[in-house]
Each structure stands twice: as structure tokens, then as C-alpha cells.
Design a protein around this ligand. Sequence first.
Ligand SMILES: CC(C)(COP(=O)(O)OP(=O)(O)OC[C@H]1O[C@@H](n2cnc3c(N)ncnc32)[C@H](O)[C@@H]1OP(=O)(O)O)[C@@H](O)C(=O)NCCC(=O)NCCS
Length: 145
Amino acid sequence: MILRDMTEADFDAVLRIEREVHGHPWTLGNFSDALRSGYASKVFVIEGEIVGYAVMMLAVDEAELLDISIDKAHQRKGIGRKLLEAMLSLARHENMQRMVLEVRASNQAAIALYRASGFEQIGLRRDYYPAANGREDAILMGEGL
Ligand SMILES: CC(C)(COP(=O)(O)OP(=O)(O)OC[C@H]1O[C@@H](n2cnc3c(N)ncnc32)[C@H](O)[C@@H]1OP(=O)(O)O)[C@@H](O)C(=O)NCCC(=O)NCCS
């Protein structure tokens, strides 16, 4: 398995996963903006197949994880944890002091992954996300690096 930079040639595979695993998926425009803005965007490849990806914004001394997704067929095999660890070590390498992220309050799988990797809740944004029935809170999480 390898972790490499995402390119435009990966967008079809990335969007297929994104639409499969998110109720409110990122669009093609969101991914091209991320690449154009120079966000750290990585794909996780096993035997030539993209099985997951992550996008992270590096600010002055703070990294913000904007997206991390694993193909449904490959979930619960430790790939999300490996990918998150790789993004944490990339952020450390770039001299970031902490990593922050926002997650839907209902996303128990992601919250469990973040907790298992050392993140703690640092805030709450009420009714932040659009949801199937109205709005949903965002939980802010962070981890010192
Ligand atoms: C969240 C996500 C990235 C986890 O990836 P994954 O490869 O399945 O996770 P891992 O197998 O590495 O699991 C690591 C730990 O996270 C937790 N976890 C992962 N999936 C879980 C689930 N469905 N329920 C409860 N805990 C879960 C567990 O603590 C797990 O450790 P364990 O398997 O030893 O119990 C994946 O479920 C996903 O892509 N979800 C849809 C996209 C998303 O919500 N992204 C995050 C918000 S941007």
C-alpha cells in the first residue's frame, strides 16, 4: 500500500467514494479547489486501487483536517487509522502545533476513530451542517502535535 499526492486523474475514483460514504458529499469543484489551494491531499492506494483519501489545510501553525474517507468495502480494516496517523505525522513534519477538525455529531464511526487517535472535543457549533431532517451540530475536535 502507498500514500501519494492526489491529482486530478484521481477525481473519478475519489468522487465515487465520496458520494458513497457521505450524505452531503464534496463536489468535483471542492476537490479541484483543494488541489489549487495547495491543501495537503493524499490518496491511499492498495494494489493499484484508491481505497481512501484525506485533505488537510495547513495554516500558520494549525492543521485542519477537512476530509477523510475510506471506501465502504475497505472500512473497519485499520486503513482510516493509518491514513489519519499519516496526516498527523505530515502535519508534525510541517511544524504544525495542533490539528483540528469538525465532525457531524451523528458520525459515531469518525468520532470513535478521532478519539482512538488522541483527539478531544474542543467545541460545538450548533446546527452547523445541513442534515436530512433540518440541521445538525458540528463537534470541534483537536489534538496537540
Ligand atoms: C470514519 C472512517 C474514515 C473510519 O475509517 P476506517 O478505515 O473504517 O476506520 P479503522 O478501521 O481504521 O478504525 C479505527 C478505529 O475507529 C473506530 N471506528 C471506525 N469505524 C467505526 C464504526 N463504524 N463504529 C464504531 N467505531 C468505529 C474504532 O475505534 C476503530 O478501531 P477498532 O477497529 O480497533 O475498533 C470511515 O468510517 C469513513 O470513511 N466514513 C465515512 C466518511 C466520514 O465520515 N469521514 C469523516 C468525516 S470527514
